[in-house]
Design a protein around this ligand. Structure first.
Ligand code: PRX
Length: 653
């Protein structure tokens, strides 16, 4: 825990309140504050009955025996029950009028369009499930998915879920080294990838990266390749196979496996404060239940909606709110492969207009980019189909919130600012759009069934309105992470040991006098870049792995677009000279080790890092230096930390 966060002070004051329009509330699933309070009270007073009632929304091959077994910090939800996520997302809709409804509407960046109805998606999923089986994949085996945002990614996820294989999706922007770490940690037997994908007009050559990675992944037996861009790739005989060729050889009949409620559904790696990324494990029934309910409640999803969450499926938002939540609800989910500014900065608005999108869920970093690109790109399109807007991933500043409301939403759409994490599996704190008056910049209140609070480090509740503290979750919830793959000790330590008896989210927050939560950002050494989590330690390790680097310390500095930018302070090995070329090389090196997302915005050379006498890097000082603007003079000169020596004594107190 960094020293700057022991005292969390809140500075934001925001008085505007926007109640839902009567016309919206009337038609909403949860349509008044009283409805919300009723559900909350029901969940608080008799949680097991509440969750049992909710679980009735899913299909069960066999009903559960116990709603919750809680042996802190380990939960089992709906033990004894048998279900299947793929069945819930597909088969059950085939028995209804939805079988010919669009499940996925997809647009590629170059402009192609594909629509898959529930019936068509089901066939593709069954085929690919049979392909996986033919490759030797069995219940409990891990399959890595490293794909662009194409329908095959959703198909592969659902195929894994269908046969009880556990998927591990690796964001398509990650490097070969990042793939190696993740694939080896999970012991994946199969990797599914594509020749490439399109991003801002350029091909991202995924197969090339996978080829490099597979040199270091002894558990991988097969690599299945989607033909997406049509560019030339190397296929290693015996190991590599084309998806479309395999799919022709199997039947489209593949009944969904009847899986235990706690069967591992997926692992998703996310950054923590120390060491390698953590493999967050989510299981079957509880995860799906919460993805299902929150999609319905928070997005007020109706059968006639066209729903678009812009997240990449490589992140948890894409898992829960591009694929599982919407499909479980029988919705039409839109997927777009590429960049928001390709070929021009109005691509998103063009898509909304073309497909008459009703519900739009994106990230504050994207909204800030839209603001920068200018209102004219938005206003030239007819966005009158929109009825609800959402944000996720980082705190949204009130100005961006207001712009989103006025310019994109035409002043008529409620905004749901949704707080949650990879670990929580689904949305925890959010307005219910027909019930909750919103305040720009606040995620408002916890959803029914979710008991959050704000505490001091020693576990006392912070009750005073407006006072900052640590955000915690006090009761188990169905979609909570079950453990960290292969490292249960780290699970206990990272989430359940910081404050006794509660889940420690790693965020600072305050609650105002109306009981509204205001998230203040990470309180650990995790940097939120464009809504994506990066551990400072990970970036530091990447830097130190370069032969010129002796030591490195990475901190965040505020960035208008990305939320946070990355500044790295680097000391070089004795014989190495500083130069701009070396800075560039180090930036490239980090991108290669982790992915472009982690590339430092700035490298600063220093002949020593400021440390306490016990050897701890004084990050707070580095953060201050990094935030206080550009270094004057020659950018290649060494940072002079001698002045900081004086502060050392104070820092240690
Ligand atoms: O700091 C919080 C921030 O994103 C972190 C979770 O990151 P990740 O696991 O990558 O999941 C992102 C998408 C769910 C949180 O600890 N965060 C997420 N949503 C919000 C947020 N911060 C403020 N407001 C939000 N709505």
């Amino acid at each position: 825990m960094s020293s700057s966060t022991t005292n969390i002070e809140s500075v934001l004051h925001e008085e505007r309140v926007f109640p839902p329009a009567a016309s919206f509330s009337e038609a909403a699933h949860i349509s008044s504050p009283a409805d919300y309070e009723r559900l909350r009270a029901e969940a608080a007073d008799a949680p097991e009955e509440f969750w049992a009632r909710m679980a009735g929304e899913l299909h069960w091959f066999k009903k559960w025996d116990t709603v919750l077994k809680w042996d802190a910090p380990h939960a089992e939800w709906f033990a004894g029950g048998k279900t299947n996520v793929s069945y819930n997302c597909l088969d059950r809709h085939l028995e209804t009028w939805r079988r010919n409804k669009a499940a996925i509407i997809w647009e590629g960046e170059p402009g192609e369009q594909r629509t898959l109805t529930y019936l068509q998606l089901h066939r593709e999923v069954c085929r690919f499930a049979n392909v996986l089986r033919r490759m030797g994949v069995r219940e409990g085996d891990r399959v890595a998915l490293y794909l662009p945002l194409v329908p095959e990614l959703a198909i592969a996820m659902l195929a894994c879920a269908r046969i009880g294989a556990t998927h591990s999706i690796i964001f398509g922007g990650f490097s070969a080294t990042a793939i190696i770490d993740r694939v080896n940690d999970a012991g994946c037997r199969v990797v599914v990838t594509a020749d490439g994908g399109w991003r801002r007009g350029a091909e991202v050559k995924l197969k090339e990266t996978v080829d490099e990675a597979l040199k270091g992944t002894p558990t991988v037996e097969h690599c299945i390749v989607v033909r997406r861009t049509g560019s030339r790739v190397n296929m290693t005989a015996g190991r590599d196979h084309w998806w479309h060729e395999l799919a022709e050889t199997v039947s489209a009949d593949c009944p969904a496996a009847e899986l235990d409620s706690e069967h591992p559904l997926f692992i998703l790696y996310t950054s923590g404060t120390t060491g390698k990324p953590k493999g967050i494990l989510h299981t079957t029934a509880g995860y799906l239940l919460w993805a299902h309910l929150t999609t319905k409640w928070v997005f007020d999803l109706k059968d006639e909606d066209t729903y678009w969450c812009t997240a990449d499926i490589g992140w948890v938002t894409g898992h829960s709110y591009v694929v599982y939540g919407p499909l479980s609800n029988g919705a039409t989910t839109l997927m777009y492969e590429g960049a928001p500014n390709w070929p021009e900065p109005d691509r998103f608005w063009r898509i909304i207009e073309r497909h008459r999108v009703n519900i739009f869920y994106t990230a504050p970093t994207a909204i800030r980019a839209f603001i920068k690109w200018g209102e004219q790109w938005v206003s030239k399109h007819d966005l009158s189909s929109l009825r609800l807007l959402g944000t996720v991933g980082e705190p949204i500043n009130p100005e961006a919130w207001m712009w989103y409301r006025e310019v994109v939403g035409g002043g008529r759409c409620p905004i749901v600012d949704t707080w949650w994490q990879t670990e929580t599996g689904g949305i925890m704190i959010s307005p219910l759009p027909g019930a909750t008056p919103t305040k720009p910049g606040s995620a408002t209140k916890p959803l029914p069934g979710i008991e959050v609070d704000i505490m001091t480090k020693t576990g006392e509740a912070v009750t005073a309105a407006g006072q900052g503290g640590y955000l915690v979750i006090k009761r188990p919830w169905p979609s909570m992470l079950r453990t960290i793959w292969g490292d249960d000790a780290r699970y206990r330590e990272a989430y359940w040991s910081e404050i006794d008896g509660v889940y420690f989210a790693g965020d600072g927050a305050r609650r105002d006098r109306d009981g509204y939560y205001w998230i203040m950002g990470r309180v650990d050494d995790v940097i939120n870049v464009s809504g994506h989590r990066l551990g400072t330690m990970e970036i530091e390790s990447a830097l130190v792995s370069h032969e010129a680097v002796a030591e490195a310390a990475v901190v965040a500095r505020p960035d208008e677009l990305k939320g946070s930018g990355i500044v790295a302070f680097v000391t070089l090995e004795g014989s190495r000279e500083t130069s701009d070329a070396l800075k560039e090389e180090l930036r490239r090196h980090v991108a290669k080790e982790i992915g472009a997302l982690a590339r430092p915005d700035e490298i600063r050379f220093t002949d020593a890092l400021p440390k306490t006498r016990s050897g701890k890097i004084m990050r707070r000082l580095l953060r201050e230096i990094a935030s206080s603007g550009a270094v004057s003079g020659d950018t290649t000169t060494l940072e002079d930390f001698s002045v900081l020596e004086k502060l050392r004594a104070q820092e240690e107190e």
